[in-house]
Design a protein around this ligand. Structure first.
Ligand SMILES: [Zn+2]
Ligand SMILES: [Zn+2]
Ligand SMILES: [Zn+2]
Length: 558
């Protein structure tokens, strides 16, 4: 059953009791209903319905109030945070008020418009955080959950992680970036946990093993130190009919601390006979089966987070989009800033303040059905690196590169051609990101200097052409030209893996680096005279210490 009923406040309520392909159904467009009531007494059935019909990922239900049958109250587990109340009557006064509250809060936050279909992890997180902000759910409490990949998890995030909306590394990048920007603030530290360096799961088995052969069939035994003769050997060598007797001097041992002690534990490998003091500690990932040395596990701080005031403003603003990339590439611009920049350049061009050509290169990927695919972190990273002196942006499934080109010999055509050659090279360098059946294309747009068509030009940015200037097809042997250069953007891989070798600099390290740079510069600025004077000070200080020491020696001798 699926139907729409008016409630007593004239709001239209979508009522349903079983799974339904709502997103694809032309009979129930987004604008026909204001809230959703799911009437089903089964927890599993309600969860199944919520997997597709929910206020976060569903386009038609985005941010709308959601209610379940009264009988399910307290039973929805991780799904509970998606639900605004449990009622059997949509005219229940609390349900009526809740619907009005949520709709007015959406209005206050400027989030009444229907959102696009989610195509990237970033977009998902923005949507989820907007949902939480509308619910005034600003405190994010991590919970221990043995069914979650990372052990500590936000229940609502766990729901969508299990549904495959994002990878673990994308979660960490998002939280890290939001925290650095001050949009999220850790309010209470819970624990530092260690994750598998390959898949970031926390379900690890810790194995003590022999450092020589790696076998974990090892025995530990205490070592006894006999004070009298200084013999130090494993405990079993002292065993004498249930009593302790020194194997070297044959004296009986009586009191620990008086005639002997146990200074250490030794391990013996039952496989190779090796004796050692420190067993090798390894972690076996129960998810991907990788065996890692514990030193290479990825540390992760778990905290309770809070969405800050700045966070609420930024996340509800309509241009947050790809801002996460600005953390990694300083030539990356969010799309609306990129567009503003082009508009500014256009004004300068039309008023004759710049003579060069204003160009925008566009790169996109087509799948086997010739549809554009959503922007990939790897492609964006590659383009940012390939055009370090140009502004780069991404939106509409297109990666953009802005250039203002002037040829010093006055040959403008050659300057434009050079930019085209660069774009051709760039798509070849980026071809390794393609998947079977895909091809990568480029074209460019040139701003004409008549001034009339800037809005049309900006609008045309959103579209790709059926006849690109150049394209490269998927090839299984295509390689990453920066393959050896790991660690440039390790957290940005979109396949869910991170590079375990990567060590993100901490704030303290960055500060230290900056200080060192400053000091180096200050040193460079010192003139030889100043440097000589500072050396003189050091010399005087050393002399003073020597004189003082000598003086004290003399006083003592007298
Ligand atoms: Zn061994
Ligand atoms: Zn002894
Ligand atoms: Zn793993």
């Amino acid at each position: 059953m699926i139907t729409i009923q008016n409630n007593e406040h004239g709001r239209r309520i979508l009522l349903l009791d079983s799974p339904f392909a709502l997103e694809d159904s032309p009979d129930f467009p987004e604008h026909l209903f204001d809230a959703v009531f799911i009437f089903n007494d089964s927890v599993d059935a309600a969860k199944t319905i919520l997997n597709t019909i929910n206020p976060v990922t569903s386009v038609k239900c985005g941010y709308k109030p959601f209610f379940l049958s009264r009988s399910l109250e307290g039973k929805m587990g991780d799904y509970a945070d998606l639900i605004d109340g449990y009622y059997d009557d949509w005219n229940d006064i609390h349900a009526l008020n809740k619907v009005e509250d949520i709709i007015s809060r959406r209005g206050e936050l400027g989030l009444l418009a229907i959102e696009e279909k989610i195509v990237s992890a970033n977009q998902f997180f923005v949507r989820l955080f907007r949902f939480l902000i509308i619910r005034n759910h600003l405190k994010l409490e991590m919970e221990l959950d043995n069914s979650s990949a990372t052990g500590y998890v936000l229940p609502i995030i766990n729901v969508f992680y299990k549904l495959g909306w994002f990878s673990l590394s994308e979660t960490f990048v998002f939280f890290q970036s939001m925290t650095e920007k001050g949009y999220l603030r850790p309010t209470r530290f819970i624990n530092r946990i260690y994750l598998c360096p390959k898949c970031l799961h926390s379900h690890l088995l810790y194995i003590e093993s022999c450092p020589k052969c790696g076998n974990s069939m090892i025995q530990s035994e205490e070592v006894i130190h006999h004070f009298r003769c200084a013999n130090i050997t494993p405990e079993h060598t002292y065993n004498f009919g249930g009593q302790l007797r020194c194997p070297k001097c044959h004296q009986m041992l009586h009191h620990i601390g008086v005639d002997y002690d146990r200074p250490a534990t030794v391990f013996t490998c039952e496989s190779c006979g090796n004796s050692f003091l420190q067993a090798q500690m390894q972690a076996v990932c129960t998810n991907c089966q990788t065996v890692s040395d514990v030193k290479s596990l990825v540390p992760q701080n778990c905290s309770v987070f809070e969405i800050t005031k700045e966070g609420v403003l930024a996340i509800t603003s309509l241009n947050i989009g790809f801002s996460v990339y600005t953390e990694f590439y300083d030539n990356f611009l969010e799309y609306d800033r990129f567009v503003n920049r082009i508009r500014l350049l256009a004004e300068q061009k039309f008023t004759g303040r710049i003579t060069g050509d204003v160009l925008v290169g566009k790169i996109w990927i087509l799948d086997a059905t010739a549809a554009t695919v959503s922007n990939r972190a790897e492609l964006l990273a590659q383009v940012c690196k390939y055009f370090p002196n140009n502004k780069v942006s991404a939106a509409n499934n297109i990666t953009y590169i802005n250039a203002v080109v002037t040829d010093y010999k006055g040959d403008q055509e050659q300057a434009v051609l050079d930019f085209q050659i660069l774009l051709s090279e760039a798509i070849r360098a980026a071809a390794y990101v393609l998947r079977p059946g895909e091809k990568i294309c480029y074209t460019y747009m040139k701003l004409e200097s008549n001034g009339a068509n800037i809005d049309k030009f900006l609008n045309d940015l959103q579209f790709v052409t059926a006849t690109p200037d150049d394209s490269v097809e998927y090839h299984p042997d295509a390689i990453n030209p920066n393959g050896a250069e790991v660690g440039v953007s390790p957290l940005l891989k979109d396949d869910g893996t991170v590079d375990s070798l990567y060590h993100a600099p901490t704030a303290a390290e960055l500060l230290k680096e900056a200080k060192e740079e400053l000091e180096m510069e200050a040193n460079k600025k010192k003139t030889p005279v100043k440097r000589a004077i500072s050396w003189l000070y050091v010399l005087i200080a050393v002399l003073a210490v020597v004189v003082l020491a000598l003086g004290m020696v003399i006083v003592k001798m007298m």
